[in-house]
Design a protein around this ligand. Structure first.
Ligand code: FRU
Length: 447
């Protein structure tokens, strides 16, 4: 049977389940995107680091397994983490999980590679300090001026989520410093990240997670989301002072656990897991019949401009553009050539606009009067439209990247992004729009 949902320029596994991006690095000219992987099944019961490599972040090669759960410290999971290059070597940091007798023990572990092919686990590990539970994971390491820093996503003994800070002089021995951030992070903070943009603003990314027991269904549900806080990280006091309120990182349906790295061109590049679905959607995700589930987002360049975070797709994706078409009439309908395409709208001034993708599987509407942007997609579980709404004072630009079963919608030059999966027949290629004004155009490219 043909797989209508297979991605063409996004990372997805050939089998099993993929979740968080891990250890992003450009090493000896090659982009390494490690990731959480259950290569044996479609659930979260087993985790190792898999690896994709690429020269351009568009054409990917699966390298299979990179770090396996094969020693006491990590035998119940090689969980998320990061990597860094030092003296020509790649240092990888991950959380080793051990659940002997059902008791969770987490350790931040280290592996070193000199060739990007073999990853040698080190004996040094970081044990969880007092004051925390064993929900202590997802180390993110970066170079400061004087030493190395590590953030760890954590839970305090009072069962609230926090970000813990460590420092090191040699990447092998780490000191716990203190809690860097603890403002309203639900029960656990997962996958933190911290980096500076444009030499002026530090961005702290947090993924707060909470478990709620639903009495009527007699089960626990997990909810989580990704946010960021702009501010300043002072290396001397090792403290983070927010300068803005906390914001959502992505406004779509499927986005979680982003990770960033700096590439050789000085770009701060981010990709996330495009599918922290709710349980029902994960259970009924249509790719499961082809033996795999989930994918990563397109890599995006992060910048800080006019006190705002912008996310834009890496320019490498434009090399895929062909079959350009331009639509200028007030409203219209046309057929995309395939499910992998780009649409680009630039408005001369803000006004209402409506765009339907793939026979109304996704609808984007901007209501100029109420200043509401509405993005909806058909839920594959029940066929109903799910809606996200956002107050947006003006709509000037829309850029949409569709792959066969995903859409990433960049609004106003990347000031706001909506990421999502969608599933529809490959016959459904109709694109419909309404609201173009004189002198404006909607551009289409097959990717
Ligand atoms: C986030 C997360 C991480 C953990 C990993 C396990 O999605 O729960 O906190 O390290 O996934 O796969």
């Amino acid at each position: 049977m043909d797989n209508l949902y297979k991605m063409t320029y996004h990372i997805e596994p050939s089998r099993g389940l993929i979740n968080d991006p891990n250890g992003f690095i450009q090493y000896k000219g090659i982009y390494y995107f490690f990731h959480q992987w259950n290569r044996f099944g479609l659930d979260h019961s087993y985790k190792e680091w898999g690896l994709f490599t690429s020269k351009d972040m568009i054409h990917w090669q699966s390298q299979g397994s990179a770090i396996l759960p094969d020693r006491e410290e990590d035998k119940h999971g090689v969980h998320s983490g990061s990597s860094i290059e030092h003296d020509g070597k790649m240092y990888l940091f991950y959380t080793g999980s051990n659940k002997n007798n059902g008791i969770r023990k987490s350790r931040q572990c280290i592996a070193i590679s000199e060739n990007g092919q073999t990853f040698i686990k080190q004996k040094e590990v970081i044990d969880t300090p007092n004051g925390f539970t064993e929900h202590h994971r997802d180390p993110k390491v970066w170079r400061g001026h004087k030493n190395w820093f590590m953030l760890v996503g954590a839970q305090k003994s009072d069962l609230t989520g926090v970000v813990a800070l460590y420092s090191s002089n040699d990447l092998l021995h780490w000191n716990y410093e203190h809690i860097l951030y603890d403002n309203n992070l639900d029960q656990v903070c997962e996958c933190p990240d911290l980096f500076r943009l444009n030499n002026e603003t530090d961005i702290l990314i947090c993924c707060p997670q909470k478990r709620t027991f639903v009495l009527s269904e007699n089960k626990e549900t997990v909810s989580s989301y990704t946010c960021y806080i702009a501010g300043n990280f002072d290396e001397n006091t090792m403290s983070f002072t927010p300068s803005q309120c906390r914001k959502y990182f992505d406004y779509g349906f499927d986005f979680y656990s982003p990770q960033t790295f700096l590439d050789s061109k000085g770009r701060r590049i981010m990709a996330g897991w495009m599918s922290r679905m709710d349980e029902e959607q994960e259970a009924l995700c249509p790719t499961k019949e082809f033996g795999y589930i989930h994918c990563l987002t397109l890599p995006r360049v992060l910048t800080w401009e006019n006190n705002m975070l912008y996310q834009r797709p890496i320019e490498e994706v434009f090399q895929l553009r062909h079959n350009a078409q331009s639509y200028t009439s007030k409203q219209g309908k046309f057929q995309a050539e395939t499910g992998h395409f780009e649409l680009h709208l630039i408005q001369n001034k803000s006004h209402s606009f409506t765009l339907y993708l793939r026979n109304r599987t996704i609808c984007i509407t901007y209501h100029a009067k109420t200043q509401i942007l509405e993005v909806s997609r058909k839920n594959w579980v029940n066929g109903e439209m799910q809606i996200k709404q956002l107050m947006l004072s003006e709509l000037l630009e829309l850029q949409i990247f569709s792959d066969n079963s995903s859409a990433e919608i960049f609004v106003n030059n990347g000031a706001v992004v909506f990421s999502m999966r969608y599933f529809t027949s490959n016959q459904n290629l109709e694109i419909e729009y309404a609201g173009l004004e004189h002198g404006e155009k909607l551009q289409y490219f097959t990717l």
